[in-house]
Design a binder for this molecule. Sequence first.
Ligand SMILES: Nc1ncnc2c1ncn2[C@@H]1O[C@H](COP(=O)(O)OP(=O)(O)OP(=O)(O)O)[C@@H](O)[C@H]1O
Length: 284
Amino acid sequence: MRVTRNSMPSSVTDLDLRPAARVSPASQPRPPLDHVSVSPVDIEARAVAKRFGETAIFQDVSFRLARGEAVALVGANGAGKSTLLRCAMGLIPVSAGEVHLLGQPASAARGRALRSLRARIGLVSQSHNLVPRLSALSNVVHGMLGKSPGPRHWSHMIAPQAVREAALEALDRVGMADFAGRRADRLSGGQSQRVAIARAIVGAPEVLFADEPCASLDPQAGEDVMELFFRLVRNEGTTVVFTSHNIDHALRYGDRVLGLSGGRMELDATAASLTARDLRGLYD
Ligand SMILES: Nc1ncnc2c1ncn2[C@@H]1O[C@H](COP(=O)(O)OP(=O)(O)OP(=O)(O)O)[C@@H](O)[C@H]1O
């Protein structure tokens, strides 16, 4: 099954960026369509392939994501979603093809160019990856590393006042200001993921990657985290790529859905044009 309703636009202005049919409160404050339709491309993958040793994970993967788009990347366990995200962020090299992120060749960026590119993106991963013995606030302060010439080992005690204030404000936006001084290893899974979101958004990233942001949470905490995450990023017009095994989340929070299966990008369509059955086909 290769579903390509609205797949691979021939130009940015061809992108069909209708909001998803199922409008949630989080997805309401969308930028005007005419604004989006002339937006630049924030991520472009051209014929990307990835192998680990002799094992091919995916090949010939191409897509373009416009600024402000929210894209769900779906596929069965082991389909290569996390690997594709890591390639798109320039964290691991591609085996063939190229990825452009914010106009820069992410797949070839090294040294200072790579660091400055990473300073413009944010990541929320499935295991929140907070530093356990540091406070929630210090963990969020760490989200500002790379955006300032300050020491790389800042704690909230020695970070500049402006950085501490930004971190506290980010915690406030995720409803965690009251927990600023609590050690990360004394937070619940849902609280930790909120702190991880605060850390990802504190530097106002232009592109946010979220790798199964609610995978470790119970259903209600997962709903709350997704709702919060998308309320924050929609308001900022941030470009978002998130992976999920939750078909409802993919259709509800994605403007567009990309699906990996059998080492190929088998699905590239607007969420509004898809049904849950279309997505289930990727798991057969
Ligand atoms: N560093 C690595 N070295 C070798 N193989 C790897 C490496 N990272 C991932 N893989 C393999 O690549 C394949 C794709 O993994 P990946 O984590 O990208 O899949 P996924 O779609 O995100 O899966 P899941 O839904 O289970 O998180 C898997 O078979 C995995 O074992």
